[in-house]
Write a protein that binds this ligand. Structure first.
Ligand code: GAR
Length: 211
């Protein structure tokens, strides 16, 4: 396909969101998007096995092997350029990259966050901890958000959100599972498709979807 878009997926863990993207591509639901490479910040991330099982190229850039965020971000930017990334997806990627990467791939990088931004987000809010805090606060709904990545953590323009009910007997684990199943695995592929199709307009820090 001449207008195919290379999607590079950044991961750090189990990779269920990566799997949702792989499944969506297999069903023709990523539009012109094609997952061309998966880059992990951890050598033992199960997400790498998911990529290998689907014949997707993998790379590992271990955060701990770099002195600081600046040198790690530079290495990541170089890798993304080498991979000719058109679209970059943070799918459970647990490292914050600096403006070197965010500026080079402005409006091309998206992140899935397991809460309704601006609740339970920002530095330190990742993985199960997000759901612990939501339960501690007693919110009745939580959910997931897909947003553009900017240098400020979880602060880029919001693309899609989906609310999920919180139940009285939820644990962080049960809430995490319901939010993944009912929200993350649905809205992440939808947002990636819209981005690959160039259907997202950003105006005054907000996004609008073209018809
Ligand atoms: C997902 O719930 C994702 O939203 C979250 O980590 C989990 C990764 O699961 N990301 C963050 O908290 C980022 N702030 P996965 O590896 O199975 O996709």
């Amino acid at each position: 396909m001449s207008n195919a878009k290379n999607i590079v997926v950044l991961v750090s863990g189990g990779g269920t969101n990566l799997q949702a993207l792989i499944d969506a591509e297999a069903c023709g639901e990523l539009g012109p998007g094609k997952i061309s490479c998966v880059i992990s910040s951890k050598a033992d991330a199960y997400a790498l096995t998911r990529a290998e099982n689907n014949n997707i190229k993998t790379r590992v850039l271990v955060r701990k092997e770099y002195a600081d965020i600046a040198s790690y971000s530079k290495a990541m930017r170089d890798a993304l350029i080498e991979e000719k990334a058109d679209v970059v997806v943070y799918a459970g990627f647990m490292t914050i990259l600096d403006e070197n990467v965010c500026d080079a791939f402005a409006n091309k990088m998206v992140n899935v966050h397991p809460a309704l931004i601006p609740s339970f987000c920002g530095k330190g809010y990742y993985g199960l901890h997000v759901h612990e805090e939501a339960l501690k606060k007693g919110v009745k709904v939580s959910g997931a958000t897909v947003h553009f990545v900017t240098a400020e953590c979880d602060a880029g323009p919001i693309i899609l959100q989906k609310a999920v009910e919180v139940l009285d007997n939820d644990t962080p684990e049960t809430l995490q599972k319901r939010i993944m199943e009912q929200a993350e695995w649905k809205i992440l592929p939808q947002a990636v498709k819209l981005l690959c199709e160039d259907k997202i307009i950003i105006k005054d820090g907000k996004t609008f979807i073209k018809d």
